[in-house]
Design a protein around this ligand. Sequence first.
Ligand code: ZN
Length: 320
Amino acid sequence: MSAKPQTLLGAVRYFSDPDACQDFMVSLRWPDGTVRCPTCDRDDVRYIATRRLWECKDRHAKRQFSVKVGTIFEDSPIALDKWLATIWMIANAKNGVSSYEIHRSIGVTQKTAWFMLHRIRLAMQSESFDKLSGEVEVDETFVGGRMRFIHKHRIERLRKKSFNPNVNKTAVMGLLERHGPDGHSHVRTAVVKTTRRTALEPLVRKHVVEGSEVFTDALPSYSDLSDRYVHEFIDHSESYVRGKVHTNGLENFWSLLKRAIKGTYVSVEPVHLFRYLDEEVFRFNARKTVDTDRFERVTGAVVGKRLTYHQLIGANTTPA
Ligand SMILES: [Zn+2]
C-alpha cells in the first residue's frame, strides 16, 4: 500500500483504486483484519471479489454484506471514493463546504450531497464524557435561522413588537476550556430554547467540574454559579477584558461559526443547526493538527453510526 494521502488531490488519487478503498474500510470496520458477519458474527465468511461483498455461510437474512454495513455509508449507492473525498473536503475546509459545492466537484446531485454532508457531520459529532475544568469560558449567541413561510417584513414587525432583535434566531450556548487536553482550547456547544437561567445554568453544572474558574458576560442567568464555581463576569457595556476574565475564545469561535453559516450554508433550518455546530466544533477542536489527521479522525468515527434520510427529513424540511 502506498503512503497515506496528505492532500485532497492525494486522497482523490489514492481512493480512485476501489481495492484501496476496500482495504481502508476493512481496517476501520474490522481493525484486527478478520471480517465478521455483522448479523451472526461468524468469521469464516466467503469473499466474492468480483462484487466486493462477503457472504455468510449461515442462511439468515442479509447474509451478503459490504464494507459499508454498520457505518454512516450503509445503504448508500454512492461509491466510497466519492464519500472519502467528500470527508476530506468537509473535514478540512475552514468555512465549511456547501452541498452545491460537493454536487459540482464530486458529481452527485445537490440533494444527495446534502444528505452525505449530514451523515458525515454525524461522524464529526464528538461524544464528551469528561467534564471541562480549569479556566472555562461560557457564553451564548444567536444564530440566524430563517423563519420559513414568513415574509421579511413580518419578521421586522415581530422584532419591533417584541423589542427582540433575535426573534427569528436560534440561541446557542458555548463552553470553552482553555488549555485543553492537547494544550489548546476546546469548545462544546448546545442549542438552547432560551438564554434564561433555567436553560443555561444546568448545562454549566453538567459540563464543568466543580471548583473550576468560570468566565461569563454579565447575563443574570449565570449569577448563581458562585456556589460551586469561581465565577467571574465581564460586563461588555464597560469592557471586554479584565486580565483573564473574558470570553474572547468563544467570541472567536462564534465568528468562525457565523462565517461558515452565513458565507457557505446561507440558510440553516433551526432543527438542523446542531449538525452545523458539530461540524464547526470538530474543526475548531482539531484546528492545530494537519489535514491527514482531521480526515482520519472523521473516518475513524464512521463505524457504528447511522442516519437515514427519513430521520433527517422527519424534521420536516427541504434540503438546502
Ligand atoms: Zn452470519
